[in-house]
Design a protein around this ligand. Structure first.
Ligand code: GLC
Ligand code: MG
Length: 552
């Protein structure tokens, strides 16, 4: 509770995800790049986030736009050079920002030299670097077992003609799974991790971390009777392919690599599973595994006070202090939140209030701070390989399957200004993905300094979060028994007490506050405070509290 209390930096940080291909193009080839990011770092400083997470920019044939790596220790030429990556780290550090890169450990590209060698024969030096198996049936032409991929293909196994064997590809067929049970693979991959740690990166987001260690006996995943041909891949059983005990052990091994370094480097896992599993990855409070695990429920939030109350309660229960829950409403794989809200900016302001005032580590996806929307693109025109594989689904149906989104739609270029190409690339260049037509009215330049803009709302909330120990270090107490539609919680740290209230219901409502609390933030002008009550019209949120101790 004292000023000298040691809190690891990652307990108090906020993360901003940059999808490098779409953030800022510095050389006019229509593709975002590392120098582009470095040149725009002040946007992050002005926004007030603490950490930038950069999606993969490593050497890659870009079949999955960088999540298919062909050299873990180099930069794809369209994104820049190693020196540019170092300049990005240095530029961020000069500004007091931390940097996280994105590690794709489960699989490489099928163009990685390791795989090109591995696939040639059963006895080359890299033969055992990927997960190869003999098939079943005559000529071994049936896949070794029933393991499925995370996308809609028939099997997770791909046929390797030269070896007359199958290799596992748990995501796309062009992303063969590395064989982490081979000590040489583990050593090579940990060396790649150290390569970036040596260059000063502050941590990593871990792609598909839960899938790395599969069952060593290759047992079939038990099928459930309710499964059918249209069961989405996430619902396939994965007892033997995800979150195995060995995989949780791997979290500790990777943590040990990070712990070789000072200051503290941080691991944020993309892992899916119930709370107990996620806890196992982090190793519990003060744990020895991953520092943080993404909690993805908010990606599919229901705009409903009871829903938010219950999910926050569950996260609080599963990740009690000093553990930190994480909160995320958008990323490069899922719909923009404004689209989930029917385009309603008042609701988006309520959502931002909750995201940035709960206890834990929030993540903002680039452009979310402008209320950037999905840029519609039919499946048949998709560049996203997953969407392309679904192009057979007829249009009206695909539109009704919101989770089967074309990921291109959330990867359109960042909207910096209202000019042609939105300031993402020069007007004469062709952006790799079309800019959203709404960039003329929805962009950084326009929202900068404009009262009540979404950007200013994000900035204001993030400033409050930094200024108030209650918000960046305090505990969280959910109020219950409130009127329908109302969500409220108190955050406290020492003498600092902040109350957050959000009205997600259809009728105006109010919540009790203490005498010394004044309005610190209101999502609209019609919110007011009188006689110990905070009055909220529908779709409004507000933060009340005393002046922060350090600013007087
Ligand atoms: C993760 C990434 C996604 C990528 C996949 C395969 O889910 O978020 O973008 O396609 O892993 O690496
Ligand atoms: Mg470029």
């Amino acid at each position: 509770m004292t000023e000298h209390e040691h809190r690891p930096w990652w307990h108090e940080t906020t993360i901003y995800q940059v999808y490098p291909r779409s953030f800022a193009d510095s050389d006019g080839d229509g593709i975002g790049d590392l120098p582009g990011i470095t040149a725009r770092l002040d946007h992050l400083v002005d926004l007030g986030v603490g950490t930038i997470w950069v999606s993969p920019f490593f050497s890659s044939p870009q079949a999955d736009f960088g999540y298919d790596v062909s050299d873990y220790c180099d930069v794809a030429p369209e994104y820049g050079t190693l020196a540019d990556a170092e300049a990005l780290i240095a530029g961020a550090h000069e500004r007091g920002l931390r940097v996280m890169f994105d590690l794709v450990l489960n699989h490489s590209s099928d163009q990685h030299p390791w795989f090109l060698e591995s696939r040639t024969s059963r006895d080359n030096p890299k033969a055992d670097w990927y997960v190869w198996r003999d098939g079943r049936g005559p000529g071994g032409r049936k896949p070794p077992n029933n393991w499925r991929a995370a996308i809609e293909v028939k099997t997770g196994w791909q046929w390797g003609e030269e070896r007359q064997q199958w290799f596992l590809a748990s995501f796309l067929p062009c992303q063969p799974d590395l064989n982490w049970r081979n000590p040489d693979v583990k050593a090579a991959m940990f060396d790649a991790v150290r390569f970036w740690l040596d260059r000063g990166v502050d941590g990593f987001r871990l792609d598909m971390f839960g899938s790395i260690m599969k069952d060593p006996e290759f047992r079939d995943n038990p099928l459930r009777p309710t499964m059918s041909r249209v069961t989405p891949p996430r619902l396939y059983p994965h007892e033997f392919t995800e979150n195995t005990a060995d995989n949780i052990e791997l979290a500790r091994d990777l943590r040990a690599v990070c712990d070789e370094y000072e200051p503290e480097r941080v691991l944020l896992g993309e892992v899916f599973g119930p709370a107990e599993v996620l806890q196992a990855y982090t190793g519990g409070p003060g744990g020895d595994g991953l520092h943080l695990a993404f909690l993805f429920e908010f990606l599919v939030f229901r705009y409903d006070a009871g829903w938010f109350h219950d999910v926050i309660a569950r996260f609080e229960h599963a990740f009690p202090a000093p553990a930190q829950p994480t909160y995320v409403v958008e990323n490069h794989d899922r719909s923009r939140s404004i689209d989930r809200l029917g385009g309603d900016e008042e609701k988006a302001r309520v959502l931002a209030t909750v995201l940035l005032t709960v206890r834990g580590v929030p993540t903002i996806y680039m452009g979310q701070e402008l209320a950037m929307a999905n840029t519609y693109r039919p499946l048949r025109d998709a560049l996203d390989p997953i969407a392309r594989s679904l192009a057979w689904i007829p249009e009206p149906l695909s539109k009704r399957l919101p989770e089967r989104l074309n990921r291109d739609e959330v990867r359109s270029p960042m909207q910096w200004d209202g000019t042609l190409n939105a300031g993402f690339c020069p007007p004469e260049a062709t952006p790799w993905l079309a800019v959203n037509a709404d960039h003329r009215t929805r962009n950084v330049a326009d929202q900068d300094g404009r009262p009540w803009s979404m950007l200013e709302w994000y900035r204001h909330l993030l400033r409050l979060r930094r200024d108030h120990p209650a918000l960046h270090a305090g505990d969280l107490h959910l109020r219950s028994g409130l009127g329908a539609g109302l969500l409220a919680y108190d955050r406290r740290h020492g003498d600092d007490h902040v109350t957050v209230a959000a009205n997600l219901g259809a009728a105006a409502t109010w919540v009790e506050v203490t005498d010394d609390q004044r309005l610190l933030a209101a999502s609209a002008e019609d919110v007011h405070l009188a006689d110990g009550r905070l009055y909220l019209p529908p779709d409004r949120a507000a933060v009340v509290g005393s002046a922060p101790p350090n600013t007087g």
